[in-house]
Design a protein around this ligand. Structure first.
Ligand code: 5AD
Ligand code: SF4
Length: 441
């Protein structure tokens, strides 16, 4: 067998993309490539891209310019663009960015070896066909730069919610669920290889449904039953589909993490309707009350968009008000970015001036800082079970891990190591981190 050639993969965007890069890594490893973290030695560079906001695409384009210098040094070097930008722009991207040899959409990764042969023959290669059933169920992902403790498992692909601002239904196609046996087997394998946490991934995990009719709550139960020492997380939930049943299932298993990510996007009924979110403020508040009742120790996090089309000062105030009412533990916050082809682009004007978007986003971030700090302060004095993930970045004498609520806790190392569960009492905090001491049990 020839010596393997080197593949360098750079990934942008969501966890799903990171998970996809591992599938790509696996397909290419089967075709005599090995992955490298050193771009200078690569024979093949893949960039797995994100289209969710214009800024994400701009970053990738800037990065592609930098790759030109590697092509000068190594003329045979092949550069491929994968993922959402490939799907959105298709052959247009090859015309605009001449250094790109290969364009491959999220459902066409099995075709990569053939496409590579085409590219090596000097032709541009492209496959952006979306599939109704591809889930890569049988592919065992290569775990790229992983801690060996925590892993993502993708359980479904695509999205059909068509939130009016969102490009994902266009770049990732129809919603489809992966066969549950392959999911459970992947989790079992990970556990026996020393992993202690899996995150079940999908754009809207609550609508998971296997061909045999298994729903998300049952799937999660099966994963949680593998071993009490395997933590289970999931992302992302859609408020319209988060059921009490699911919350009760979580509460029955101590190893299903007490952390719910429930993107709200806006606190204004009028904006939620324009966004086609299919719930209103009252429905969302009802879901939050259900979480607080059934899982009183759960953290709650969210996504928020500032400055959507026609958003008034009052709409913005409604968002701030809802944030205060929920008291989010943390949040991902964005300025609205109009995406080509979406309903919002076709039907509504991107009419909020950039300065207003920035000011509103700043107010949202400032408020969230306050809420996060308050939430962290409330943890001081409490003891949590922490899954150790790594040595602390700042000091080799400390370890860092997360509690069930997904908060990072840093504490003195003693004799512990990554992969251990340790009881830690929180002694102090900042907005971003908790510090603690080990409680011997
Ligand atoms: N502009 C800004 N933010 C967006 N998101 C999705 N589409 C856009 C857009 N066009 C945000 C939403 C979503 C998160 C993944 O990204 O908040 O929940
Ligand atoms: Fe986009 Fe809405 Fe689907 Fe999330 S649920 S990926 S925001 S369309």
């Amino acid at each position: 067998m020839e010596t393997p050639r080197k593949l360098y993969i750079e990934t942008y965007g969501c966890q799903m993309n990171f998970s996809d890069s591992q599938i790509v890594g696996s397909i290419m490893t089967d075709h005599n490539f090995e992955t490298t973290e050193n771009i200078a030695e690569a024979d093949l560079i893949f960039v797995n891209t994100c289209s969710i906001r214009d800024h994400a695409e701009k970053r990738v384009r800037a990065r592609l310019q930098e790759f030109k210098k590697y092509k000068k040094i190594k003329p045979g070097l092949i550069i491929g663009v994968l993922g959402c930008m490939a799907e959105r722009l298709k052959s247009q991207l090859i015309e605009e960015e001449k250094m790109v040899d290969l364009i491959v959409g999220p459902d066409a990764y099995r075709d990569l070896p053939r496409l590579l042969t085409v590219a090596e023959g000097g032709q541009k290669a492209i496959n952006v066909i979306l599939s109704a059933d591809e889930t890569y169920a049988d592919i065992n992902p290569v775990r790229l730069d992983s801690s060996g403790i925590s892993a993502f498992i993708s359980i479904m692909r695509g999205c059909e919610n068509f939130c009016s601002y969102c490009v994902v239904p266009f770049t990732r196609g129809k919603e489809r669920s992966r066969d549950p046996e392959t999911i459970v087997n992947e989790a079992k394998d990970l556990f026996s290889n020393g992993y202690r946490e899996v995150t079940l991934l999908g754009q809207n995990v609550n609508s998971y449904k296997s061909e045999s009719g298994l729903g998300f709550a049952q799937l999660m139960e099966r994963v949680a039953q593998i071993d009490p020492g395997l933590r289970v997380r999931f992302a992302t939930s859609h408020p319209k589909d988060l059921s009490d049943d699911l919350l009760h299932t979580i509460s029955a298993y101590p190893n299903i993490c007490r952390s719910i990510h429930l993107p709200v996007q806006s606190g204004s009924d009028r904006i939620l309707k324009l966004m086609n979110r299919k719930y209103d403020r009252q429905w969302y508040m009802d879901r939050i009350e259900a979480i607080k009742k059934i899982l009183p120790d759960s953290a709650i996090s969210t996504d928020i968009i500032a400055g959507f089309s026609s958003e008034t000062d009052q709409d913005h105030e409604d968002t701030l008000g809802l944030m205060r009412w929920v008291g989010y533990d943390y949040a991902f916050m964005f300025k609205y970015s109009e995406r080509p082809g979406t309903t919002a682009e076709k039907k509504y004007k991107d009419d909020i001036p950039e300065t207003v978007k920035s000011e509103r986003l700043k107010q949202i971030i400032d408020l969230q800082q306050e809420l996060s700090y308050k939430s962290n302060l409330a943890d001081v004095g409490k003891t949590f079970e922490v899954l150790v993930e790594r040595y602390s970045k700042k000091s080799g004498k400390e370890l860092a891990g997360r509690n069930s609520q997904n908060k990072v806790i840093v504490f003195p190392k003693n004799d512990f190591k990554p992969g251990d569960y340790v009881n830690v009492q929180v002694t102090s905090c900042t907005t971003a981190t908790l510090k603690g001491m080990v409680i011997q049990s």
